[in-house]
Design a protein around this ligand. Structure first.
Ligand SMILES: Nc1nc2c(ncn2[C@@H]2O[C@H](COP(=O)(O)OP(=O)(O)O)[C@@H](O)[C@H]2O)c(=O)[nH]1
Ligand SMILES: [Mg+2]
Length: 330
C-alpha cells in the first residue's frame, strides 16, 4: 500500500472491490460524441476490438490474442493487461460466458472497476485557503495544466492565485505569468533561481491578504531523483503548514500520456513515498495510447482527477471513469 504523509485513508484496491452489477454500470448516460473526440486515436484501437469481439460467436484462442494485442496496443501496459485477461478468463468460466459480446461487456465492467469512482479536487474544510501542489517532469504539461485548473476554478467562482515555484528556468516563470495575464489570475513569483520555499511563503502571504481561496503551486520538473523531490516537498510542506495546518490539500502529479509506460515507471517511484493524492494525464488528444489511463489507475492507486485534451486553456476535463470507458467503445 502507498504511504501517504497527508494522513488520508488509502483508497481501497479497486481490484478487490466487486464490480457493480452490470445493469447499474451500464446505466451510463449516452456519451456526447463531440466531447470525447479527443479520444479518436485511442478509440480506433478499442473500436477494432469491439468489432472483432462482437462478430465472434464463440470464445476462441484468437479472441484472447486479439484482446491482449489491442490492450497492449492502447498502452494499457503489460501487467494490467495480463491481469485483465486472467480476470476475464476467470469470469468466462465462473459465469459461463459464451459469446464474444459477453466478454466485451465483462471487459467494460472490469475497465470501469479499475478506474474506480470519479474524484474531484479536495478543498480544505478547516481553512479558508486550499493549497494544491503540482509536480511532474519537465514537458509533461504542468504549467499548462495549472493554468487550465486555475481557469476552471475561476469560472466556478473561486479566487485563485498561482505560485511560480519552478524557479530553475526563467522561461518557466514567464510562462506562468503569461498564462496568469491571459486568464486574469494573479501569479506570485521571484527571480530565477530563488528558493521555491520563499516563493511559496510569499504566495501564501499574498493569498491570505488578498482573500484567495485556492493557491496552486508550480514546481520544478528538474527533480529527477526521489531524494531531491522529497526534500523539496518536505520544505514546501512545512512552510504551507505554517499558514494552513491541514495543507497541502492536493499533491497532483502531471503525467504525459504520450510517454506511456516509461513515465509510469518514474511516477511509480515517486508515488510510493511522497503522498500523491491524484494524477492528471495530459495530451490524451495526441496519442492512441489512451489505455494508459488504466495502467495509471492500476499502478499508482490514486485517482485520476483531470485529463488534458488539448493545448487550449479550456482543454481540461474532470475525469469520469464511466464515461471514459463508454467513450472508448462508442
Ligand atoms: N496536445 C496537448 N498538449 C499539451 C497538453 N498539455 C500540455 N501540452 C503541451 O505540452 C507542452 C509542455 O507543457 P508545459 O505546461 O510547459 O509543461 P511543463 O514543463 O511540465 O510545465 C506545451 O507545448 C503544452 O502546450 C494537452 O493536454 N494536450
Ligand atoms: Mg512548467
Amino acid at each position: 500500500m502507498l504511504n501517504r504523509f497527508f494522513g488520508q485513508k488509502p483508497q481501497e484496491d479497486p481490484k478487490k472491490q466487486k464490480p457493480e452489477p452490470a445493469s447499474e454500470q451500464q446505466a451510463e448516460q449516452p456519451v456526447p460524441e463531440q466531447r470525447f473526440s479527443f479520444l479518436n486515436r485511442t478509440r480506433q484501437i478499442f473500436g477494432r476490438l469491439g468489432n472483432a469481439v462482437q462478430e465472434t460467436d464463440t470464445i476462441t484462442d484468437s479472441l484472447w490474442d486479439e484482446l491482449e494485442e489491442s490492450l497492449l496496443g492502447a498502452d494499457v501496459g503489460p501487467s494490467t493487461t495480463l491481469w485483465l485477461i486472467e480476470r476475464l478468463r476467470q469470469r468466462v468460466s465462473d459465469e459461463n460466458l459464451q459469446t464474444g459480446s459477453q466478454v466485451q461487456y465483462a471487459l467494460r465492467e472490469e475497465l470501469s472497476t479499475l478506474l474506480g469512482k470519479s474524484s474531484s479536487l479536495r478543498f480544505s474544510k478547516q481553512s479558508p485557503l486550499t493549497v494544491i501542489l503540482v509536480i511532474g517532469v519537465n514537458g509533461s504539461g504542468k504549467t499548462t495544466t495549472i493554468a487550465k485548473m486555475a481557469y476552471r476554478l475561476s469560472q466556478e467562482g473561486h479566487q485563485v492565485m498561482l505560485a511560480a515555484g519552478d524557479t530553475f528556468r526563467a522561461a518557466a516563470i514567464d510562462q506562468l505569468q503569461e498564462w496568469g495575464n491571459r486568464i486574469q489570475v494573479p501569479v506570485i513569483s521571484q527571480k530565477p533561481n530563488s528558493d521555491p520555499g520563499a516563493v511559496v511563503f510569499d504566495a501564501l502571504q499574498a493569498a491570505q491578504s488578498r482573500g484567495s481561496d485556492v493557491l496552486i503551486v508550480d514546481t520544478a520538473g528538474r527533480l529527477h531523483t526521489k531524494f531531491n523531490l522529497m526534500e523539496e516537498l518536505k520544505k514546501i510542506n512545512k512552510i504551507i503548514q505554517k499558514f494552513v495546518p491541514d495543507g497541502p490539500h492536493e499533491l497532483l502529479m502531471v503525467i504525459d500520456a504520450t510517454t506511456g509506460q516509461n513515465a509510469l515507471l518514474q511516477a511509480r517511484k515517486f508515488a510510493e513515498d511522497i503522498g500523491l493524492t491524484g494524477v492528471v494525464i495530459t495530451k490524451l488528444d495526441s496519442t492512441a495510447k489512451g489505455g494508459f489511463a488504466f495502467a495509471v489507475a492500476d499502478d499508482l492507486g490514486v485517482p485520476i482527477k483531470f485529463i488534458g485534451t488539448g493545448e487550449k486553456v479550456e482543454n481540461l476535463m474532470p475525469f469520469e471513469p464511466q464515461n471514459f470507458v463508454a467513450a472508448l467503445f462508442a
